[in-house]
Ligand binder design. Structure first.
Ligand SMILES: NC(=O)c1ccc[n+]([C@@H]2O[C@H](COP(=O)([O-])OP(=O)(O)OC[C@H]3O[C@@H](n4cnc5c(N)ncnc54)[C@H](O)[C@@H]3O)[C@@H](O)[C@H]2O)c1
Ligand SMILES: [Zn+2]
Length: 365
């Protein structure tokens, strides 16, 4: 078992990474006798892991709520279902929400815990790779609004995060690859040694070899932890975690959130951002090619679809909530493992990078 401490003064907690914790009593899951505990999960994950989790919670007064599976249910209607359930079981301020699922359940259950009675405690049990390496660390909780992703939410740190890597055995291949994109992202912007390690062990990782997975998750979480503890509310260096994301969000918007999983869009976005870094002479050439080899090994897409126009990309990026006063802020790379935030890239340079990420770019009229 490996432990990563998230040091945030009185909001500090531990992320525990191991295998086989679900189904066994674990100190991190120990509730005082009779504590009202609401497990929030979804229709895919609950049949797989809910019975084991219930066993692990010992003497608590356990309730569960199983929601439909999908990003489209991460909204106020389903958030309110969780609140209604907490009211229904007469949860008081010492109650606890336990989220069991991917990032959707973690974000929405976490936000219900953040808002019920102005905040009750919650434990995250992330079961997708993306949630284990990214969404469950850092305390961002929230839901989508009809007009924007994650528009409603708050920072609410969990009491602990428990990552049982055995849960990855049932994760579909595409979802697994999507999580790997966020792993590559964190290595690319802040840990050259980790990037090399990923390259060396890419075959074992792709085969989901448990020891390698545990190490990979621990290094990803440690890296993210260092960023979020220095900048809990995203006013500075936390923005680095958006490497590839401005392009990814535009790509997701332009393709109606249907063609790509988030991690797939991030893989393409990182390719555009690293090409841009090279084309502007900010990073030695060769980095984007190196990144492409690794992402391809992890079965992630690399190219911007041919039918999309570079101009449309930029228009969408200007509306992104991470854009400040008109200039597009992008995370670029100086060298492998060192990212930085840049606001000096002009429209032409972005267009060139997008076009060079298309095998046959669409004509702009
Ligand atoms: N809070 C944050 O800092 C943060 C960071 C990144 C992403 N997010 C959010 O996370 C969400 C994406 O998370 P995600 O990729 O986990 O999506 P998800 O929660 O939809 O999970 C992906 C799919 O995998 C299934 N699944 C999860 N674990 C499984 C398992 N062990 N076995 C079989 N199937 C399993 C889910 O039911 C779902 O169908 C988005 O809503 C995004 O906004 C939040
Ligand atoms: Zn992401």
């Amino acid at each position: 078992m490996q432990t990563v401490s998230i040091d945030l003064a009185e909001r500090s907690y531990e992320v525990l990474i191991g295998s086989g914790m679900l189904g066994n009593q674990h100190p991190a899951l120990k509730m005082s006798k009779g504590t009202k505990t609401l497990i929030v999960s979804n229709e895919t994950v609950a049949p797989l892991y809910l019975p084991a989790l219930v066993k692990s919670l010992g003497d608590a007064e356990i309730h569960s709520l199983v929601l439909p599976d999908g990003e489209k249910f991460k909204n106020s209607q389903y958030w309110l279902r969780i609140i209604d359930k907490l009211v229904d079981i007469q949860a008081t301020r010492d109650a606890c929400v336990v989220t069991l699922g991917g990032g959707v359940i973690g974000d929405m259950g976490g936000f219900a815990a953040a808002s019920y009675m102005r905040g009750i405690s919650f434990i995250q049990i992330p079961t997708s790779l993306l949630a284990q390496v990214d969404a469950s660390v850092g305390g961002k909780t929230g839901i989508n609004h009809l007009l924007g992703k994650n528009l409603i939410g708050s920072f609410h740190q969990p009491r602990s995060v428990l990552i049982d890597i055995n849960t990855l055995k049932t994760l579909p291949d595409r979802e697994f690859s999507a999580g790997l994109a966020e792993v590559v992202k964190i290595a690319a912007i802040r840990d050259a040694g980790f990037l090399r390690w990923l390259e060396q062990h890419c075959d074992d990782i792709a085969d989901r070899e448990p020891e390698k997975l545990a190490t990979m998750i621990e290094r990803s979480v440690s890296n993210k932890a260092k960023v979020v503890t220095r900048d809990e509310r995203e006013q500075g260096i936390r923005a680095l975690l958006n490497f590839g994301h401005s392009f990814a969000h535009a790509l997701e918007t332009l393709t109606g959130y249907e063609q790509f999983l988030h991690g797939e869009a991030v893989a393409i976005g990182m390719m555009v951002a690293s090409r841009l870094s090279e084309q502007r002479g900010l990073c030695k050439s060769g980095f984007s090619e190196r990144l492409g080899v690794l992402l391809d090994r992890f079965k992630l897409p690399l190219d911007v679809p041919e039918n999309l126009h570079a101009n449309d990309f930029i228009d969408v990026m200007k509306l992104d909530k991470k854009t400040l006063s008109g200039s597009i802020r992008l995370v670029l790379v100086r060298e492998p493992g060192i990212g930085f935030v840049d606001s000096t890239t002009d429209r032409q340079q972005i267009q060139t990078a997008i076009r060079s990420s298309q095998s046959n770019p669409a004509q702009t009229f």
